[in-house]
Design a protein around this ligand. Structure first.
Ligand SMILES: [Mg+2]
Length: 340
């Protein structure tokens, strides 16, 4: 959100006014992790001694990751930040600051007729509410005119040196766990796509308002409880495959042990994606509580040796044991592409 003379937008005054507007909203709180926020050429972040920096970036594009006609602006803002925070959570890091670059068609920045707030105001309502919940200041970014809406989020986190939770730490004999429940986002997205009215939104919460598991990631890291972790953005089948690939192990799980969100199907839970729960492994002797910071933890299965370095994931159900292929992103491809 720096005032750069070379910034590529045809609405220069509009851009400056918008940035001032955002800056005023953000400067109401000043967390200790931020020495200098929006307004200078760079933000200055404050880390604690012995910490290293965790950085993640996520691009959300209209008609790929969200639809203006389907998703409320507040939910798009929330989800934009939630995707980044979920990656920070998966590393066991604490969030330090967020940087947001927006490309927007001009009409989304102007107040709607008979209303005081624009699409952008409402996007920021959702974004800043989640940011404040996780003590994550918006410390900078950019704003440009664009034919379609897109939001690029950069999240900075901090974690004690050498203590980050990695995908590569799982070992044969480890047990496999997941936070919360799965499939809720995919099931809600199907309901949302079918619905002409968006009035009843309570059953859409897992899709519209996913809750990044920051507290759970921090708990696992502080207690040295997890050997590996990943957040479930692409679906259990795909993200478990990623974890096994990085750790060079195989895994097995059982359909009855998968915590399926009420109203979702096993298929939603396995392949739906965008649940933003944490999938993690722990040594069998490590005591994992049934719930961490109010979120249920479920034992999903176990980690085994990989044959020829090729991860093999086995799902047991009523009809026996089957290979579980990573195919999370293929579903709902009509309205979104593979989330990164
Ligand atoms: Mg991730």
């Amino acid at each position: 959100m720096q005032r750069r003379p070379g910034s590529t937008t045809s609405r220069k005054l509009g851009e400056l006014a918008l940035i001032d507007q955002i800056r005023r909203r953000v400067s109401r709180s000043s967390p200790t992790s931020l020495s200098l926020g929006i307004g200078d050429d760079c933000a200055l972040l404050r880390l604690k001694p012995g910490e290293e920096v965790a950085v993640t970036t996520d691009l959300s594009i209209q008609n790929r990751h969200f639809r203006i006609d389907l998703h409320r602006p507040e939910a798009i803002g929330h989800r934009t930040l939630a995707r980044g925070l979920s990656d920070i959570a998966a590393m066991g890091a604490r969030p330090v600051a967020a940087f947001l670059s927006l490309g927007l068609p001009p009409e989304l920045t102007q107040p709607l007729a008979r209303k005081n707030s624009s699409w952008l105001d409402r996007f920021l309502d959702g974004f800043l509410a989640l940011a404040s919940k996780h003590n994550t200041p918006l410390a900078g970014g950019d704003l440009a005119q664009s034919p379609i809406a897109l939001a690029d989020i950069v999240l900075i986190g901090a974690v004690s040196h050498g203590k980050a939770l990695l995908r590569s730490g799982a070992r044969p004999g480890d047990l496999l766990y997941v936070t919360g429940s799965l499939g809720g986002s995919a099931a809600a997205l199907k309901r949302l796509s079918r619905r002409s009215s968006r009035k009843q939104i309570s059953d859409l919460a897992p899709h519209l308002w996913p809750q990044p598991r920051i507290s759970q990631g921090l708990w696992l890291r502080r207690h040295n409880a997890a050997t590996a972790a990943i957040d479930i953005s692409d679906g259990l089948s795909t993200d478990l495959y990623h974890l096994c690939q990085e750790s060079r192990v195989s895994a097995e799980t059982d359909a009855v042990s998968i915590p399926i969100f009420p109203g979702a199907t096993l298929e939603d839970a396995l392949h739906g994606g965008e649940d933003y729960e944490l999938l993690f492994t722990a040594r069998p002797a490590t005591r994992i509580p049934r719930n961490i910071s109010g979120v249920r933890i479920t034992l999903l299965g176990a980690i085994h040796n990989a044959r020829a370095n090729e991860p093999r994931i086995v799902l047991t159900d009523d009809s026996g044991r089957h290979p579980l292929e990573p195919r999370g992103w293929e579903h709902f491809s009509a309205i979104r592409a593979k989330p990164d």
